[in-house]
Design a protein around this ligand. Structure first.
Ligand code: F6R
Ligand code: MG
Ligand code: MG
Length: 379
C-alpha cells in the first residue's frame, strides 16, 4: 500500500528578527495536525523548525498534491500566523501569500517536498531543512550524493546502485523539467545544474522501478509567485536512504563541505551552508550563515518512528544528524568562510548580481541618482 510523505514549510512570523518561531506557534500547528490525524486526513506527523521556518512533516495515504492534506497544512500555518499576530511577532504570516485556500498550497507561499512510494520492509528517511537560502542550495550536495562515486561509494560497490539515478532538473523561471539519465548524461547535466541561479533539482528517481522516487526538493521561488520580494524560499529536501538508495552516511557526507549558496541576508548575499541541529539553527551572524538541518526517521506502514520511547502520533523525535561533534569541523570552516565573505561588504560576489537579488531595489537607486543629477541614461 503506497504512502505519501509530505513536508510543507513556511515562515509565518518569528522572534526577534527572522530567527525562531515562538513555542506557541509550534503548539498551534500541532493542535491542528492532531485534529487532522484524529479525522484520518493524515496518519502520522511531527513538526520541526530550522531558523524561522516551521516544518510540518506528515505521513498519509492521499498521494501527492492531496487537497485534504494541503488544506490541513494551510490551516495549521494559518493558526501559527494568528499566534504570531496576537503576540506581535516579526513578519507575521509572511509566507502565506493568498487569503483563501484553493485545493493545493503550491503557488500559495509555503514550500512543499512530497513523494508517494511503496514503503520497503525498513524505510529510513531524511528531511534536509535549510534556512536563509534558496532551492538550488541542494544542487551541489545532491549531485554528489546521486552522481559522484567519490561520495557515494555504493555507486561503485553496491550492484543495486550501479546503474545510477535519473535526476529531474527544473528551470525555475520557465518551469521546464528535464530528466537526466546518470551517469551517461553527466556532463550535460552538470553544464545546466551548475548554474544555481537558474536550475534546481526537483526529483531523483531510482532506475529500479520497484524502488521509485529517491528524493524530492521544494522548488517554489516566492518572488516568482508574488512578482516581487516577499520572503525567503528556504528549501527542504526529503530523501530515502539505504538498501538500493545511498546510505545515510553517503547522504550526509557532502554537508561536511560548506557549499557556497545564495540567499543569505535579504536574500541577496552568498554564504557557506552551515550544518547544525534544529535547536542550534538560530541564524545570528548577519542573519545566517545559511543553515541546513538533517533529520532522520523511519516510516513503518502508516506510522513514523523516531527515537521516542512511547511512539505517540505527532510526538516523534527524529535523529538530529548534524547535532553532534562530527559536523563541528564543518561549522568551524563555515564560520571562517562566512567571515571572509562578509569582508567584501556590499561588493560582488559576496553580494549577488542584481538579477538574482531578492531585494531588487538597485534599479530604483540608479533612476533616483540620475534624476537628482539631471542626467539622461546613456548620455
Ligand atoms: C529573512 C531573511 C532576512 C531578512 C532581513 C531583512 O528570512 O533572509 O535576512 O531579509 O532580516 O528583513 P526585513 O526586510 O523584514 O527587515
Ligand atoms: Mg524569514
Ligand atoms: Mg526562513
Amino acid at each position: 500500500m503506497p504512502v505519501t510523505l509530505t513536508d510543507i514549510k513556511a515562515d509565518v512570523g518569528s522572534v526577534a528578527g527572522h530567527v525562531t518561531p515562538h513555542p506557541k506557534q509550534i503548539k498551534a500547528v500541532k493542535e491542528v495536525l492532531m485534529e487532522g490525524a484524529k479525522s484520518k486526513r493524515i496518519s502520522d506527523f511531527f513538526t520541526s523548525r530550522v531558523g524561522d521556518d516551521i516544518h510540518l512533516i506528515m505521513l498519509h495515504k492521499g498521494g501527492e498534491g492531496a487537497s485534504e492534506v494541503h488544506g490541513l497544512a494551510w490551516e495549521a500555518l494559518k493558526a501559527a500566523s494568528e499566534v504570531a499576530k496576537d503576540l506581535g511577532l516579526y513578519a507575521a504570516g509572511q509566507d502565506l501569500l493568498k487569503d483563501a485556500f484553493s485545493g493545493n498550497v503550491k503557488g500559495m507561499g509555503p514550500g512543499i517536498a512530497e513523494m508517494e512510494f511503496e514503503p520497503r520492509k525498513a524505510e529510513p528517511m531524511i528531511a534536509l531543512m535549510a534556512d536563509k537560502t534558496g532551492p538550488s542550495a541542494f544542487n551541489l550536495p545532491l549531485s554528489k550524493i546521486y552522481a559522484d562515486p567519490f561520495t557515494t561509494s555504493g555507486l561503485v560497490i553496491d550492484p543495486r546502485l550501479h546503474e545510477g539515478f535519473v535526476i529531474e532538473v527544473m528551470d525555475q523561471k520557465e518551469g521546464t523539467v528535464i530528466p537526466f539519465d546518470l551517469p551517461s548524461e553527466l556532463h550535460y547535466y552538470l553544464a545546466l545544474i551548475g548554474d544555481v541561479t537558474k536550475y534546481t533539482i526537483k526529483r531523483v528517481r531510482s532506475k529500479d522501478k520497484s524502488l521509485g522516487t529517491a528524493a524530492v526538493v521544494s522548488t517554489d521561488k516566492l518572488s516568482y509567485i508574488a512578482g516581487k520580494y516577499v520572503g525567503k524560499d528556504d528549501p527542504v529536501a526529503v530523501l530515502r536512504a539505504q538498501s538500493g538508495f545511498p546510505a545515510v552516511g553517503e547522504i550526509l557526507q557532502p554537508f561536511m563541505f560548506p557549499t557556497l549558496v545564495g540567499g543569505w541576508m535579504r536574500g541577496s548575499h552568498v554564504g557557506p551552508l552551515f550544518p547544525c541541529s534544529s535547536d542550534g539553527s538560530n541564524p545570528t551572524f548577519f542573519d545566517g550563515p545559511p543553515r541546513v538541518v538533517g533529520l532522520g526517521f523511519m516510516v513503518k506502514g502508516d506510522a513514523i518512528v523516531g527515537i521516542e520511547e512511547n511512539p505517540a502520533v505527532g510526538e516523534h523525535k527524529p535523529v538530529d544528524y548534524f547535532a553532534g561533534e562530527d559536523f563541528q569541523y564543518a561549522r568551524q570552516r563555515a564560520m571562517e568562510i562566512a567571515v571572509y565573505m562578509r569582508q567584501h561588504g556590499p561588493f560582488m560576489f559576496e553580494r549577488l548580481p542584481e538579477e538574482d537579488m531578492e531585494y531588487t531595489t538597485l534599479k530604483g537607486v540608479l533612476e533616483k541618482v540620475l534624476k537628482n543629477k539631471g542626467i539622461t541614461q546613456g548620455k
